[in-house]
Design a protein around this ligand. Structure first.
Ligand SMILES: [Zn+2]
Length: 442
């Protein structure tokens, strides 16, 4: 009997990135490397955003996944992301954060923001598939039903998108028609929009505060102690203070929610996970099995079926269908985050699972020709394989190891915090409107 642990706990040597930063650029890749991306050349500076073609820049994926602003030749190089990361999205998130911050190492007006390499890093996924990729995607699922379902939803999603743009349905409703990569793309878009709106709002509020201060000092200098001016001053001061404290409330809740989110993640992982740059599976040193077998079927089953159903018919065709769909959706989502050359690896996971399912089904069919004793022996073997896979899963992951009452508290705390933030935001809106009216009225 093959040893499951060798297939799954194998240390992820190949995932370790060499610690060389900024290796020299291949000669055939012009204007894309951090080293020369900031010097504007005709090609890179004239190309408008719309002309940026992801597929033309696939090869950018071969570059080390470091922050382009970390190049040592820069005046104030970024030091937090100057070593290669395991995934492109880590650099993407870093860049998004820095862009909204106007960080000294990542100045807002730096031409590097317009370079192909930065655009590539900020691009979530290829906007379209070419024919080969379409064929590969179809082969990957080897599950016609799923492909049909994606297609159906995609067609529907286009219609719903028009409705969403026309304002006939809200984002929540539109989101419900999206699955896999499209859904992820949309969520990203929405969170970017929210961030920009937030920035504009903060800027407006700063201006409003300034106007209020100015008005107050104007009135003070004009005042000769008359009642009308005094009460106008009081009203403005009041509006100013209310706005400031409403802003403070919102800020406090935001900070609180951010640390609360960490608590939620730590509940399921551990405290060293968040500060690492690894994915949940990498952090737990799990790698998807690469050789199909009956044992491996059960390893997959621990990931693809809900623990509440682990005592049920794990090998039923209905359960297998569900598991295949889960894995397919997971892979589709992951594809959006990895480089082209890693897409094959992801598709390989599906193939290993499909073959393992076939092996189990074949063996199970054969039991009908066996003696009762032989068939029973096979069933016993299967349940010990299943037990073993479950044990390995629980040993490795903290996903189901806490009494539910802890989760109950955590959910309640988080919900309270979220509701508190909502309320604080409403309060801020009101304070702003009042302040606006006071500023205009004086
Ligand atoms: Zn950086």
């Amino acid at each position: 009997m093959a040893d499951i642990t060798t297939a799954t706990t194998e240390s992820s040597q190949s995932n370790l990135q060499p610690s060389i930063s900024h290796p020299s650029l291949p000669a055939n890749v012009p204007n894309v490397h951090p080293n020369n991306a900031s010097t504007t050349s005709p090609e890179s500076s004239v190309s408008p955003e719309s002309a940026f073609d992801y597929h033309r820049h696939k090869r950018l994926g071969k570059l080390p996944k470091v922050c382009p602003f970390s190049d040592p030749s820069r005046e104030n190089p970024c030091t937090t992301h100057n070593q290669p990361r395991s995934r492109k999205d880590i650099i993407m998130k870093h860049l998004l954060k820095m862009k909204s911050k106007n960080d000294p190492s990542h100045p807002k007006n730096d031409p590097l923001w317009e370079s192909d390499v930065v655009k590539y890093l900020l691009q979530l996924l290829p906007p379209r598939y070419d024919e080969t990729q379409k064929r590969e995607a179809a082969q990957l699922s080897a599950h016609r039903y799923y492909v049909k379902r994606i297609k159906l939803q995609d067609e529907k999603a286009d219609l719903e998108k028009e409705k969403f743009i026309a304002g006939q349905i809200d984002a929540e409703k539109y989101k419900s028609f999206l699955i896999g990569k499209r859904r992820r793309e949309f969520l990203m878009e929405q969170s970017l929009k929210a961030r920009i709106e937030q920035e504009i709002r903060e800027e407006n509020e700063r201006e409003l505060q300034q106007i209020l201060e100015q008005r107050i000092s104007e009135l003070r200098s004009q005042s000769n102690g008359d009642f009308a001016t005094q009460s106008a001053i009081l009203e403005l001061e009041n509006a100013r203070d209310k706005l400031a404290s409403a802003q403070m409330d919102v800020r406090r809740y935001r900070e609180e929610i951010s640390s609360q989110s960490a608590k939620v993640v730590e509940f399921f992982a551990n405290d060293s996970f968040l500060s690492s740059d690894r994915t949940f599976l990498q952090h737990h040193e799990f790698r998807w099995p690469t050789n199909p077998s009956v044992e491996i079927f059960y390893v997959f089953a621990t990931f693809l079926s809900a623990p509440s159903g682990w005592n049920g018919q794990i090998r039923s065709s209905e359960n297998i269908r569900h598991m295949k769909r889960e894995l397919s959706e997971y892979i589709e989502g992951e594809k959006a985050l990895v480089d082209e050359d890693e897409v094959h690896q992801l598709e390989g996971i599906m193939a290993v699972f499909n073959s393992s399912c076939d092996m189990v089904r074949l063996e199970e069919e054969r039991t009908s020709e066996m003696s009762t004793e032989g068939a029973q022996k096979w069933l016993d073997e299967q349940s010990s394989l299943w037990d073993r896979a479950q044990r390995l899963f629980h040993d490795r992951f903290k996903l189901n190891t806490r009494p539910p009452i802890q989760l109950v508290s955590l959910i309640d705390e988080y919900a309270d915090m979220w509701r508190g933030l909502k309320e604080a935001e409403d309060g801020e809106d009101l304070a702003r409107q009042t302040a606006q009216a006071a500023a205009e009225g004086g």
